[in-house]
Design a protein around this ligand. Sequence first.
Ligand code: PMP
Length: 442
Amino acid sequence: MVRSNESLQEEYRRVTPRSRAQWERAKKSMPGGIIKGAYASNPYPHYVAKADGCHIWDLDGRKYVDFGNHHTTTLVGHNHSEVVQAIKDEADRGFGLGAPTTLEAEIAEEIADRFASIEQVRFTNSGTEASLHATRMVRAISGKPKVAKFEGAYHGTHDALEISVNTPIDESGPAESPTPVASQDGQSRSAEDDVVILPYSDRESAELILREHKDEVAGVFYDAKPGMWDISKDFTRFVRDITREMGILMVMDEVVSLRTGYGGAQTAAGVEPDISIFGKAMGGGLPVGVIGGKAEVMELLDHTQGAGHILQSGSFSGNNFTLAAGLATLRALTPEVYAHLGSLSARLHAGLERAFTDAGVPHQVLSEGAAANFFITDRPATSYRTVAMNHDAAMYERIALGLFLKGYSLRGGIGFTVSAPMENGHIDGVVEALEQVLAEKD
Ligand code: PMP
């Protein structure tokens, strides 16, 4: 049941010689031969030559159906004609303008129209930067020193929140009261002291911890679907209710959750966070981060009002390429497109479920909107610990590599992200490939 890693990697080496050669070259000029950590992969990275629609091609000319979709970004597909045209128009108009343009209000209004919790937005270059500014905002608004986040959730790579993201269980402290542990060497020691860690899906413990720290916690950062874990919408509503009751700001991290639906995870759960942060799809494939909220909260970023306000800026924040591509993408992501994405992921969900059941492999399949993922375990994937302790991550990797070798790429994503150009045939194809991967032996 599923070939060994050695056998899969041996085939990978055989069919991707140009990626290997590129890696050998790149290792001399970049640590690990890669420009960023996310591209690390075993036995070496997969170098891409081009992308179009729902496909990518590698240096060896092999074609893949792209379920990674640039870390869940390209929901409308690669090279969507309107997104490409928008970028070309900006190139013709001129860039590096160093001044505001009319594009900004257009996309700001488009975002405000989609989210009941948002009246105003600011742009950054990444989800990380949006998260970093939101951290300052909740501290500045409340005057309280700490932030809270949920165990296992990732809110970008900055000191304040890259805590207890993937800590080994034996260093994580008690499940009902997790210990804050910095994720990377070099993070400020005080970062750990300034964070309170909450467990997902455990209302009693989350409430107890938050109540104990309510006078020092400025805001709770919350991702409603980290890695597509099975976090209920009721839990999301519960987090909104207790934060409101305790006078703590709620920051919803929607960086990946535009793939869950037209109005993100907040609309799906029927909650209105105080601040939302976005990234990924909102830039149409170009670097982006967005901070949004009601005017009374966002007004904090109007530094022209002087003391008590924050300067939020950045040379390339809200550059015209990103705004144009983002606007074209949002306009292309209509409710009808979401209906199509939802029907593809429902078909995928059913297919994955069937393939694992028929092969006798323990599994949890989860899906919503354009996203689907699976866990190799018979226990529900309701929190960081349930996944870390029960899910067979090594088997998951072997399955993903097996699918890759059959022309279906999950790379750079969190499980599967379907995209608008896909049709039922692509879904049936990957399910059939999974059936083969699960049946194959060395
Ligand atoms: N929050 C979540 C939930 C994310 O998935 C990510 C990126 N994977 C970030 C924040 C950070 O965004 P960026 O990579 O654009 O800095």
